[in-house]
Design a protein around this ligand. Structure first.
Ligand code: EPU
Length: 446
């Protein structure tokens, strides 16, 4: 997929201090395309998905669809996938197991496989270690639809001896994945499903667009209520994926932290309203164009901000990590209260080693107490700036934290060795080529 040979690396040496300037192009959102690929399992005819990025999460889902008999071919356009579910079949345990620990998406195969095959086996999940990330909501939801769930040492086995039926469901927290689980299961379950407490992220809305194209009947009401009328058959879809707003926000933060100027082709305003407000409060400048958004450093001092991460339409947790690097350069004290994942500040140790002043607290340092207060989770950060970062040897801990480390090294004085950068390709397509395009000074170590 894609033109040219992609650069790969385990570790890179970055010579910092160079502003990132230029234009990069986004493809579809990681957090939509992977689910859209799973949705293709529900159709009786082939689907076409456009703007699929070449990232490792996509490769994992592709592999898992492949072992279940979905024929996937590349289309003419860069990032176009054709998914033919005409010969879906049960996969061999060993083939499924080969995908254990590599992504969180396999849990979303449950509903579609139960509809297609009456049974499913899901390998152990992977994904970033940014919290415990339980799957209790997913399993409760599936049981409510009538699935029998059996936990095994190597994964989860599911069956639906009496079929799947629509139900009234209320999520304890507006989980993105559990909402997708409900959608992907309810569309072909018998009768009506009413989901309360649903997540309403733009990526979920785009998944609903796809399911509607396939023939589903889904209404999104006020107050996080989604109603789904089950249908007996769905067809394939043709869809261009929503752009990756998390990647857009990451490059925006990179422009700010490196005092650069980056045009993010494909970024759109409406899905980024909340981010843009915060970016402006920090002092970042942006221009909205028809084909993207230009993000740039103002050339003057940056301002501190108080941020609380939240579910949509709040400030996304995935935006927090890259922005923290820019906040180390702001004049004054910023506070970030992380309310979505309890352990998403592991990446700051490296920033502190590089000269940032960041303290992490167990207390909820936000407008309201969150689920993690009084529970020993270090989930609030106090960042005092401005700091001059200096190069260090750092190890990437997770996807967004890894991108933050890259930005930190690029904005630091001197040389940094950043290892384990492979993780970053889970969610950022061709990030090394993009860094080259933007004028970053780095060499690939291996
Ligand atoms: N949760 C539970 N039980 C569950 C499911 C979730 O307690 O059964 C909790 C989680 O532990 C977490 C909170 O609910 O504290 C929110 O989790 P959610 O289910 O919303 O997250 P997710 O579906 O696992 C997706 C994205 C994340 C993104 C979150 C929040 C994908 C593949 N991942 O995760 O993306 O941060 O929604 O928007 O869509 C990333 O891209 O770097 C990333 C981590």
């Amino acid at each position: 997929m894609g033109a040219g040979v992609a650069l790969h690396a385990d570790s890179i040496t970055i010579r910092g201090g160079q502003p990132l300037n230029g234009r990069i192009e986004l493809k579809g959102a990681k957090n939509l395309v992977t689910k859209a690929m799973v949705a293709a399992l529900l159709g009786d005819t082939p689907s076409v998905l456009k703007d699929v990025p070449d990232i490792s999460d996509v490769r994992v889902v592709r592999g898992l669809l492949d072992v279940h008999g979905v024929k996937i071919t590349d289309g003419e356009e860069d990032g176009e996938l054709h998914l033919d579910p005409g010969a879906v079949e049960s996969a061999h345990m060993a083939d499924i197991d080969a995908h254990a620990g590599s992504s969180r998406i396999p849990i979303l195969f449950c509903g579609p496989l139960l509809h297609r095959l009456g049974e499913a086996f899901i390998p152990d999940l992977g994904g970033c270690r940014i919290g415990d990330r339980p799957i209790d909501f997913h399993l409760d939801v599936l049981r409510t639809f009538g699935a029998v769930v059996e936990k095994l040492p190597s994964g989860i086995r599911l069956s639906a001896p009496t079929g799947l039926r629509g139900a009234k469901i209320e999520l304890p927290y507006p989980s993105v994945g559990a909402t997708e689980q409900v959608l992907l299961t309810a569309v072909r379950s018998e009768g009506i499903t009413e989901l309360r407490g649903a997540a309403i992220e733009p990526e979920i809305m785009d998944l609903i667009n796809i399911l509607q194209k396939m023939g589903a009947i889904i209404s999104v009401d006020t107050d996080r209520v989604i109603r789904i009328e089950g249908v007996t058959a769905l067809s394939g879809y043709s869809h261009r994926a929503l752009f990756d707003r998390n990647e857009a926000a990451s490059w925006a933060a990179a422009a700010l932290a490196t005092e650069g100027d980056i045009f993010v082709g494909g970024a759109r305003q409406s899905e980024m309203l909340t981010f843009l407000n915060v970016f402006r409060k920090v002092g970042g400048e942006f221009e909205i164009h028809e084909d993207g958004i230009r993000f740039y450093h103002p050339g003057t001092a940056l301002n501190p901000v108080i941020i609380e991460t939240d579910v949509h339409p709040g400030f996304m947790t995935d935006w927090q990590q890259p922005l923290v690097v820019a906040l180390t350069k702001a004049q004054g004290v910023s506070i970030v209260h992380e309310t979505v994942y309890e352990k998403r500040f592991g990446f700051v140790d490296a920033l502190v080693e590089m000269g940032a002043t960041i303290q992490i607290h167990r207390e909820c340092l936000g407008g309201q107490a969150c689920r993690f207060g009084q529970r020993n989770f270090n989930h609030s950060a106090v960042i005092s700036g401005p700091s001059t970062l200096h190069g260090a040897d750092i190890v990437v801990p997770d996807l967004r934290g890894g991108f933050s480390h890259l930005i930190a090294a690029l904005s630091a004085e001197g040389t940094s060795r950043v290892s384990n950068v492979g993780i970053i390709s889970r969610g950022y397509e061709r990030f090394l080529e993009k860094l080259q395009l933007l004028g970053a000074d780095f060499t690939i170590e291996g």
